[in-house]
Design a protein around this ligand. Structure first.
Ligand SMILES: *[C@@H]1O[C@H](CO)[C@@H](O)[C@H](O)[C@H]1NC(C)=O
Ligand SMILES: *[C@@H]1O[C@H](CO)[C@@H](O)[C@H](O)[C@H]1NC(C)=O
Ligand SMILES: *[C@@H]1O[C@H](CO)[C@@H](O)[C@H](O)[C@H]1NC(C)=O
Length: 435
């Protein structure tokens, strides 16, 4: 045998699709998001800080005792794990980053108090900075931490404090938690995040429903001291913020436009490792002060220009050309069209792939998602529930899932259902994304 390098050898036997095509091309709300190490990004309740051309994503690691984990990127798509964990501290909820002086700080909630970590390096060597503290001026404890930096560079800690107070405290230049400069006490809110457009402060909050999503809303004010006008929903109410909870607003100043990005968490039932992310661009109506999430099943932003785009190159496969085959492989063979039943598979053949991981948008409707759900398999691999690949399964009629496709028109993709027929799963077709 000629001496092939291990990589070439793997490629030669077709076993290296992940290596061949691992770069992320899209932000996909609700879908499992892989790091450059092919691990699921584990940084929930977090934020993104931009410094120069680099973005730093900090959040709580659900699979590692809620420690602060960090990832870095230059395109907001591909994230490399930093040296994690950032500190051995555990159960630090919703960590946020700030730089109130020459040092970098991580602030998060531990035992309902603020705990700060400090380092001279943004990505490494954080040590505990002082003890746990309550919030001035009333020594309130709190649940959720948010972060906002104003135009003059001052950092503000946002908290959902006792007695339903969303507080805004200045962070002093020595890193300590300074005076309260603002208060929004208009109901039971948490998960605060803030951004500023043309002098107007927009404060986004969620309701308090544990790990279950609710309609998040926005308040606005002309100064941090208030008064706060709102609430107004940021998405159609029934969408429950596209099944997510706010964590941060990222402002991306591109050469052609400024793009405001909503960062939310799509929690699993207990805030565990199956939780995903919902990031979406926001539109801001400056006259009415209305903020709206701009929903895309998948999208990206050019970090240089600020331009938002969605997939342009797609090949569509209509359900009319798919086969319905009974579990016995023979019975009931007919062309697809109606609901999938629990004893048959809907199979698309000769689906063209590029070779490697590729997004396939499943176009389907679910009448009752409490009754059952769709599962999918590619080239006779074991079937997986669509919801394990994308939390939008059953909630939206375009659900992108990342699949391993072979190169050429040789792939077989089958859809089936788990549960009761009342789920009413009607597949319209597949779109294979090629860019
Ligand atoms: C930031 O402030 C803290 C607290 O005073 C201090 O320990 C630290 O050295 C400062 N960092 C820098 C780089 O000045
Ligand atoms: C972290 O600290 C270690 C030990 O002091 C040092 O060798 C290393 O260079 C530091 N890393 C960074 C990124 O500053
Ligand atoms: C798929 O979901 C069903 C519930 O809808 C569950 O019973 C089943 O275990 C799941 N299958 C896998 C492979 O996770």
């Amino acid at each position: 045998m000629p001496s092939l390098s291990p990589l070439l050898l793997l490629a030669a036997i077709g076993a290296a699709p992940n290596l061949a095509n691992a770069a992320n091309s899209w932000i996909v709300p609700g879908a499992a998001w892989l790091s450059t190490s092919n691990t699921k990004i584990d940084a929930h309740g977090g934020m993104v800080l931009q410094r120069g051309d680099t973005f730093y994503w900090i959040g709580q690691a659900a699979s590692h005792s809620v420690q602060p984990y960090m990832y870095t990127s230059t395109d907001l798509l591909n994230w490399a794990p930093a040296k994690n964990p950032q500190n051995s501290i555990q159960w630090m909820w919703r960590p946020k980053l700030a730089k109130p002086n020459g040092s970098f700080y991580i602030y998060g909630q531990v035992d309902r108090n603020v705990q700060a970590l400090i380092s001279t390096s943004i990505t490494d060597n954080y040590s505990v900075s002082g003890g746990k503290v309550t919030l001035p001026p009333n020594a309130y404890t709190y649940s959720d931490t948010g972060m906002f930096q104003d135009d003059d560079g001052t950092w503000y800690l946002l908290t959902s404090a006792d007695h339903n107070n969303v507080q805004i405290n200045r962070i002093n230049s020595d890193g300590s938690i300074g005076p309260r400069v603002g208060l929004m006490a208009k109901g039971a809110y948490e998960a605060p995040g803030m951004f500023k457009v043309d002098g107007i402060y927009y404060l986004i909050v969620s309701g308090k429903t544990g790990w279950r999503s609710n309609p998040n809303s926005v308040f606005w004010a002309t100064s941090l001291g208030g008064s706060w006008t709102g609430p107004v929903g940021i998405a159609p109410e029934a969408e429950k913020t596209y099944n997510s909870q706010n964590t941060f607003q990222l402002t991306l100043k591109g050469s052609s436009r400024t793009t405001y990005i909503y960062m939310g968490d799509s929690w699993d039932s207990k805030g565990g490792p199956d939780s995903n992310y919902v990031w979406l661009p926001m539109t801001v109506d400056k006259a009415s002060k209305k903020v709206s999430l701009e929903y895309h099943a998948q999208w990206k932003v050019d970090v240089k220009t600020g331009a938002v785009s969605t997939p342009g190159l797609k090949t569509r496969y209509e359900v009319q050309h798919a086969d319905v085959v009974g579990r016995d492989g023979l019975a009931g063979r007919k062309k697809g069209g109606g609901p999938i039943s629990s004893d048959s598979l809907l199979t698309f053949r000769n689906v063209a792939g590029l070779g490697g991981r590729q997004w396939v948008q499943i176009h389907y409707r679910v009448t009752d998602r409490t009754a059952g759900e769709a599962h999918i398999s590619v080239n006779d691999e074991p079937a997986v529930n669509v919801s394990s690949l994308n939390h939008r399964a059953g909630y939206h009629h375009v659900v992108p899932v990342e699949l391993n496709l072979r190169a050429g028109s040789v792939n077989t993709i089958s859809l089936g259902m788990t549960g009761r027929e009342e789920a009413g799963i009607v597949v319209e077709g597949l779109e294979v994304v090629e860019d």
